[in-house]
Ligand binder design. Structure first.
Ligand SMILES: Cc1cc2nc3c(=O)[nH]c(=O)nc-3n(C[C@H](O)[C@H](O)[C@H](O)COP(=O)(O)OP(=O)(O)OC[C@H]3O[C@@H](n4cnc5c(N)ncnc54)[C@H](O)[C@@H]3O)c2cc1C
Length: 381
């Protein structure tokens, strides 16, 4: 299986379906033991998935946002933690390919490594700033020493940390009122991971603390200057709702299958014949249909427009994330109501989906910020 050699989206989706079936079988153990899904990541790398968003001139396939989200949704049907983790990596490379914000030389080098299997993610969150989307200034600092930057601090929620090869670390520049993003290879002295991740949701994402103790990188590793909280329109972040949509789809599949098979002796046939159960199944389908249409129409719009028009899409992108993640929570809840008390068994995947979809509320952008943005736009119109 080689994702790069597939001739169509449909063929890539078939590949992903094949992997997702395997990952679903491992998901319960990974969750129960809070383990990182090393085997899943290895298989995604070996199949060429992790370099699909690399630009074609650097040996990738430069897949569209629409295709990325379809694949991510399918992956999340198998294992949410794997999908969210690899989604950051895939999305960051896609974003850098589209916007070319980094110097070409350094981006090309990263792409070369990604083609060989390297993984990347950004470490932006800190205990003192909370969600970086709210504009808090990093307490992590970068000090200039000749041709080098020396970076110290602690990041929390560093998803994929057990296997990351590159960290994009935000740090306040000492002596200036500016913040930069620094590309830090894992092998750099002073880089440490503290295994702090104990979340009941998305427990397999390995979102541990990244501790940086006087980490020295070359001057060019300051890859961009940023303004905390001001990120502009980011299509790639839709990997987040795609992930929660996939989990919700898995919950629907489980509940419908259960309803078609469960036949208590109080009724003839199965519970799928009962109006109250059918009502919930119909409502689930409506939520998912709505969510998919919204997500994929905005993704297609993103793919079809130019950089200037994309800048106007912030409100829609934020609204999609809010609508889809909240729909996913509703769908999992309905699925559990269909299945009943068995859904609470530790052996049952629905209790994992229930915990996992909650994490969507705490991935960016946060719901209150989206609602405020929508209100601001309407009032200012
Ligand atoms: C599964 C998962 C994976 C993640 N992966 C990554 C990753 O790879 N890299 C990374 O950098 N981060 C990652 N994050 C972190 C994420 O981006 C957020 O930083 C984190 O979830 C904290 O968000 P929060 O809203 O709970 O925190 P806080 O910002 O501390 O907010 C806590 C609560 O306080 C209130 N609040 C705080 N500040 C304000 C304010 N200014 N205005 C209004 N209300 C406020 C809100 O009610 C909020 O719910 C991940 C998070 C999760 C759950």
């Amino acid at each position: 299986m080689d994702f790069h050699k597939a001739r169509s989206i449909e063929e890539r989706l078939q590949f992903m379906d094949h992997l997702a079936v395997k990952f679903r079988e491992r998901a319960n153990n990974i969750d129960e033991e809070g383990r990182f899904p090393f085997a899943n990541m290895k298989e995604l790398k070996e199949a060429g998935y992790t370099s699909l968003t690399v630009p074609t001139e650097y040996g990738g396939s430069a897949i569209s946002l629409y295709e990325l989200l379809r694949l991510q949704e399918k992956l999340a049907e198998g294992d949410g933690s794997t999908a969210l983790s690899i989604g950051w990596h895939m999305g960051i490379i896609k974003n850098l390919s589209e916007k070319r914000i980094w110097k070409e030389d350094i981006f090309r080098k990263v792409c070369d490594e990604v083609r060989k299997g390297a993984l990347i993610n950004s470490a932006a969150s800190e205990a003192q700033t909370g969600s970086p989307t709210r504009g808090g200034k990093p307490q992590t600092t970068a000090r200039k020493e000749g041709d080098f930057w020396v970076i110290s601090g602690r990041k929390i929620f560093t998803t994929l940390s057990p296997m990351l090869d590159f960290f994009i670390v935000s740090a306040s520049i000492e002596g200036q009122n500016e913040v930069g993003n620094f590309l830090i290879p894992r092998s750099t002295e002073g880089v440490n991971i503290e295994e702090t991740w104990d979340s009941v949701a998305m427990s397999g994402t390995g979102s541990h603390d990244l501790v940086l103790d006087n980490v020295k990188v070359r001057a060019e590793n300051m890859v961009e200057k940023i303004v905390p909280g001001k990120k502009g329109a980011n299509g790639w972040l839709l990997h987040i709702p795609a992930c929660y949509l996939g989990i919700a789809g898995a919950a629907q599949n489980y509940a419908v299958q259960f309803a078609k098979e469960y036949s208590p002796n109080s009724i003839q046939g199965t519970i799928s014949d009962i109006p109250a159960v059918r009502q919930k199944i119909g409502e689930m389908e409506l939520e998912l249909m709505n969510a998919r249409h919204f997500l994929y129409s905005v993704a297609k719009q993103w793919d079809a427009t130019n950089d200037e028009e994309r800048k106007q899409m912030s409100a829609e992108l934020s609204a999609v994330k809010l609508a889809v993640t909240n729909a996913a929570i509703i769908v999992v809840d309905l699925a559990m109501r269909v299945v009943g008390a068995r859904s609470l068994s530790r052996q049952n995947p629905l209790q994992r989906y229930y915990r996992d979809v909650r994490a969507g509320l705490h991935n960016p952008p946060m719901d209150d910020m989206t609602i405020e943005l929508l209100a601001k736009n309407v009032i200012g119109r």
